[in-house]
Design a protein around this ligand. Structure first.
Ligand SMILES: *[C@@H]1O[C@H](CO)[C@@H](O)[C@H](O)[C@H]1NC(C)=O
Length: 314
């Protein structure tokens, strides 16, 4: 009985794997938009798809990023868009529609722009402004962009993909604001998926693990120059900061690889696979870790972090 179940499960996994292999054809007639293309995943994916003949509308924040992309392929139409600025999003919409025929749509959007909090550390280091910025980029900005461009995706019964993170399911204390934002994005996409099905639009979440992208590398470089807010410097003294920096370096050195192939493949599969998945979890250790009971999780967290020194009297 048990053996049968196991065999059935294995069979299911193999079928599920095989059925997902094919991709749609004629991608050279497809047009997609990718946000966050200055560097990292967005840039790599824009170039990868442009090389396969897809027309890629690539949104950047900087002129430099835009110019570099324009030079890399004639299939890339790069433009400046700040996804947290409604005027900028509206202008971008006009740019994209200006390059489409009058009733033409977009096959897909990869909502990829992302922002990592500047200080990786405890809640007392985090300002409300910083939290707002993280949520604006990682959640509300994607909502605004999706709403604005949705009519174009409706026209082609296309696809929406979102760059989430393994952090969406992994409460890494260093990244509180970021984790909260990716958790929110996960909830958002899980809810719009059934809604948009009625329009023939599918929605997909991609959850990359830690990669050596510029976003992560910049955070890594800043970790030695944190300025802890004045009111809590006693609790987070110099030794804390040193240990903390060492810990962040260990995490990045231990887990972050520069190879983004799995992420790019997942993006491509979400937008161009014949049978795309709703969710691409690319760091399975995280899921296994979260199966542990909470006291085990707390124990692990408490024994790997540098600890603050609580001062009862100020
Ligand atoms: C989203 O759109 C609303 C309404 O248009 C606007 O008020 C808000 O500033 C936008 N927020 C972000 C983060 O894009």
């Amino acid at each position: 009985m048990l053996l049968n179940l196991v065999l059935l499960f294995i069979l299911y996994k193999i079928l599920d794997y095989v059925i997902r292999i094919p991709f749609i054809s004629n991608v050279d007639r497809k047009k997609i938009m990718v946000t966050g293309c200055d560097s990292g995943f967005g840039r790599l994916f824009a170039i990868r798809m442009a090389n396969k003949g897809v027309t890629v509308f690539a949104s950047c924040m900087t002129d430099d990023g835009k110019k570099q992309l324009e030079q890399s392929s004639t299939n890339i139409k790069a433009f400046i868009m700040d996804i947290t600025d409604v005027d900028s999003v509206q202008k971008a919409y006009e740019f994209v529609t200006g390059h489409l025929a009058s009733n033409e749509g977009l096959w897909g959007i990869l909502n990829n722009a992302g922002f990592l909090q500047q200080m990786l550390g405890p809640l007392e280091w985090q300002s409300a402004d910083e939290f707002k910025k993280v949520l604006d980029v990682n959640v509300v900005g994607h909502h605004n962009v999706t709403k604005t461009f949705l009519p174009l995706v409706k026209r082609s019964c296309g696809r929406l993909a979102f760059t989430s993170s393994a952090a969406a399911h992994f409460p890494e204390p260093l990244m509180n604001l970021y984790v909260a934002s990716k958790h929110a994005l996960d909830g958002y996409v899980s809810c719009i998926r059934p809604d948009l099905k009625a329009f023939g639009i599918s929605s997909h979440l991609i959850e990359p693990g830690v990669k050596r992208t510029p976003m992560v590398c910049q955070a890594y470089e800043k970790v030695d120059s944190y300025e802890v807010p004045d009111d809590v410097t006693k609790e987070y003294p110099k030794e804390f900061l040193e240990k903390h920096a060492a810990y962040v370096r260990d995490v990045v050195d231990g887990y972050a690889t520069p190879n983004c192939d799995d992420v790019l493949y997942a993006f491509e599969h979400a937008l161009f696979g014949l049978y795309p998945r709703a969710r691409y979890s690319l760091m399975l250790q995280v899921k296994a870790f979260m199966l542990l009971p909470e006291y085990a999780l707390d124990y692990i967290y408490n024994h790997r972090n540098s600890k603050p020194q609580p001062h009862l009297i100020y």
